[in-house]
Design a protein around this ligand. Structure first.
Ligand SMILES: Cc1cc2nc3c(=O)[nH]c(=O)nc-3n(C[C@H](O)[C@H](O)[C@H](O)COP(=O)(O)OP(=O)(O)OC[C@H]3O[C@@H](n4cnc5c(N)ncnc54)[C@H](O)[C@@H]3O)c2cc1C
Length: 553
């Protein structure tokens, strides 16, 4: 089996040997540790490794090197192994350069010299980074394989589902991978019935449904208990935070998620504003950490299971799922957040998953290598996607209706985008059309100032034009505001018919809905501040009130 590399670069031979010795002492079983005394030697080695089909998991480079600074080296290394983690070794006086490098080269960490004792200052950091890297790394021999056509919506759904549930897989485009044919022959499958999934144990699934695939890759589908203290609907940041706090406090906790844990945040290519992560982290990383944490405390997670209704009997809540199964609980937290608003253009729906994507930038990034792509929307999430995709695509075009990106996106993102030579912002434009035979081939844009229309070749269109609350399934069970968000707490008391639905002596708790014991947290709650930190805070807070509610029961 080929081991991935950890590559160390420092022109100071003493420092290089010292860090090499420390790293070898802990990681030599799982990684090859290579060292280079100059950035040029290291780049030559990296190119050789690429040619030999080897993998680099981690680069650690000194900042002050005479012929090339560490930041510049990491930038070049990143172009060859974009998934590798990047650590800069700095003296205290270089901290400013290191902080700047967080933006410029997407630095994962800067390590201050000296790093002694390594058990405290080096290994915990590297363990964390290498765990993240391992989560997305798929060694050839042990991953599930998906074989299909690159631009097939069905293949896209399977890829998105597995990556969202942190199940490593290898994607094989049937038209590109010679080896794919071998699997088709063994499975006696033909190209008209793709995608084909080859499981780790060598068995096959032809064009599976998501629940079928989920069951075979070991994701839980059925609740194990008769009654839960708290049942959480939705596995975004709010639901995950509630599940961590719920199970940590000893409550029997069940989380139900209709697609992938992570929610909208799971689609974020880089979250830069979450407390405690100065280098930013991807939505997938945040989700992986949250799932690990909540499962450690004993939360059960059912996925993919979509909740279709909630009813109440004698104060107990009965939650029903689309497949007809029911689960009983004392309390419920609705954390169903929001989903992407659809772009209404004739014919666009037929390309969804076949060149047109809502979110999903991270899943399809490799397929867009050296291609021209379009992003509709100018908010923070659209900009994050552009920053991520520009590492792969030849040209990224952000199509916005407004005059300037700064009218809709945060300053730091506008600034980062300005520095990227392969990102263009097409201001005052609308996407008004699309075409292709089986997959997306062109998009048509209209300049709202000149009314000029342009049809341009496009490999993919990623849509980030806002969100709608995930509450349609609730029908009239709970009170919602005019936009469909769930009304909670004291806002309920402003309703004309408050006394007809609220019969308790106490006021509704802050996150409590019009039915006592059913709570709402995160983006789905009327008046909530959208954002990951707020959602996490609201999820945790709901558990506090659930404790009080359970004491009253
Ligand atoms: C691409 C992108 C990037 C972003 N980047 C940032 C950022 O950098 N910083 C920041 O602060 N905010 C960011 N946001 C916003 C942030 O992600 C959201 O505010 C946050 O995810 C809201 O969390 P939530 O848990 O309330 O809901 P969501 O994240 O929307 O999660 C809701 C979950 O509920 C599930 N669900 C819905 N209905 C059902 C049902 N009936 N049954 C079962 N499950 C159901 C959904 O599948 C989903 O997983 C970003 C948003 C997007 C789209």
């Amino acid at each position: 089996m080929k081991l991935p590399y950890i590559l160390l670069v420092d022109d100071d031979v003493q420092v290089l040997r010292a860090i090499q010795r420390d790293i070898r002492s802990v990681y030599r079983e799982d990684y090859k540790v290579a060292a280079a005394e100059s950035a040029y030697d290291a780049l030559e080695l990296i190119r050789e490794l690429k040619l030999k089909n080897e993998t680099v998991a981690l680069f650690i480079s000194d900042q002050r090197m005479p012929e090339m600074e560490g930041v510049a080296f990491l930038e070049q290394a990143n172009a060859i192994f974009p998934e590798a983690k990047k650590v800069l070794l700095t003296a205290y006086s270089d901290t400013e350069a290191a902080i700047k490098a967080i933006n410029d080269v997407k630095l994962d960490y800067y390590l201050l010299k000296p790093w002694h004792p390594p058990e405290e200052k080096l290994f915990p950091i590297l363990n964390d980074l290498l765990d993240d890297w391992q989560a997305q790394y798929k060694p050839d021999h042990e991953a599930t394989r998906i074989i299909g056509f690159q631009w097939s919506p069905k293949s896209h759904d399977l890829k998105e589902f597995l990556s969202g549930n942190l199940v490593p897989y290898i994607w094989m485009d049937v038209e590109e991978h010679e080896e794919a044919e071998k699997y088709l022959v063994s499975a006696q499958a033909d190209k008209s019935n793709l995608p084909l999934v080859v499981l780790k144990d060598g068995t096959f699934l032809n064009d599976p449904s998501l629940p079928e695939l989920a069951a075979r890759v070991g994701l839980q589908q059925k609740a194990t208990q008769e009654m839960y203290d708290v049942l959480i609907i939705g596995g975004g940041p709010a639901g995950l935070a509630a599940s961590v706090y719920g199970s940590c406090e000893g409550l029997k906790t069940l989380l139900i998620e209709k697609s992938n844990p992570g929610g909208q945040a799971g689609n974020s290519a880089r979250i830069e504003n979450y407390l405690g992560f100065p280098n930013g982290l991807s939505g997938a990383e945040l989700t992986r950490r949250a799932i690990t944490q909540t499962q450690r405390f004993g939360t059960e997670i059912l996925t993919p299971q979509e909740v279709s209704s909630i009813t109440v009997k004698d104060g107990y809540k009965i939650t029903e799922m689309m497949d007809g199964t029911r689960v009983h609980s004392k309390t419920v937290i609705i954390a169903t957040g929001a989903a992407y608003a659809k772009l209404n253009i004739p014919g666009l729906a037929s390309f969804t998953g076949a060149g047109v994507y809502y979110g999903s930038a991270a899943v399809e990034a490799h397929a867009c290598r050296n291609e021209t792509i379009y992003i509709a929307g100018g908010g923070n999430s659209a900009c994050q996607a552009a920053m991520y995709m520009c590492q792969f695509a030849k040209e990224v075009n952000i199509v916005i209706r407004k005059e300037k990106l700064s009218q809709t996106a945060a300053n730091y993102l506008v600034e980062n985008i300005r520095k990227m030579p392969n990102i263009k912002v097409l201001a005052n434009h609308d996407v008004i059309g699309c075409s292709g035979t089986t997959v997306l081939e062109t998009v048509t844009l209209r300049n709202s100032k000149t009314c000029e229309e342009l049809t341009l070749p496009a490999k993919a269109l990623f849509i980030y034009i806002g969100t709608r609350p995930g509450t349609a399934w609730l029908n009239d069970t709970l009170l919602k505001d005019e936009k469909g968000f769930i009304i909670t707490g004291r806002d309920l008391m402003k309703e004309k018919n408050y006394h007809s639905f609220w019969k308790l002596d106490r006021e509704p708790y802050m996150p409590e809905t019009s039915i006592p014991g059913i709570f709402a947290s995160g983006d789905v709650r009327s008046g909530a501040l959208a954002g990951i930190s707020s959602a996490v805070g609201e999820g945790a807070m709901a558990i506090r009130f659930i404790r009080k509610y359970l004491q009253e029961m």
